[in-house]
Design a protein. Sequence first.
Length: 259
Amino acid sequence: MMSLEQRRSAHRGRGLAGYPVDLPGDAERLSGCSALVERLAGPVLLRLPGFDLTIEVPPEIGARTLFLLCVDDYEMAELEMLGRHGRQGDRMMALGGGIGVVAALGARVTAAPVLVVEANEALHPVIARQVALNGGRSEIVRAAVVADPALHPHGEVSFTIAEEFWYSRIGDGAGSRRVPARSFDDLCDAHNPNLVVMDIEGAEAEILARPVPSCVQTLIVEIHTPDLGQARTAEIISCLFAGGFRMIDQQQLTWAFAR
């Protein structure tokens, strides 16, 4: 079985070609987490020592998320980049809220309320709880982020809620529902963020093909290259460079840009 330190090292060595895969020993550890989740009578509290965060994991979030949190493999690139490039006083907007771990760190780093845009309403209390547990404040907007609001004249878009929440995305599929659609430009106009963290399962390709609003000075984005392909990834980066951004960090599928 791979030790946790070996697993962390393997995690850091991932490139752009594919999504994370299970490593030696993961099946046994995941099985143990599954048995635990089946017997939980309520949420469990975890400590993420590398970030001084306390995270509450309700049973409905599932065994895999609990496992990834326990082995330091949940959104680690985003968390580390936020710790390196976020600053006190930043106005942070997170597009794609997950279970609120990034938002909790963002509130800690910026010492300011964070805005979270998340289409899956079931995750809203989980996100708010993580931020509050760590002494922060949050505002949560129920919406899917789109590039061109003219393509959604009724102000809604189909959004598929996946069993494993991080696979949820814009589009029709099993479990899809209509959710409010908000454009990136509109959100920036309304909230004036200078720091944006974006993890929206491929929707970044359409959004970042357009000029990024001038209020955004730092952008941390997971570019889903395994789905989008290398050519489209290069197009996204070229558009950001054309908009005055420079690349300041990169780890696995996550990139940081500043201007």
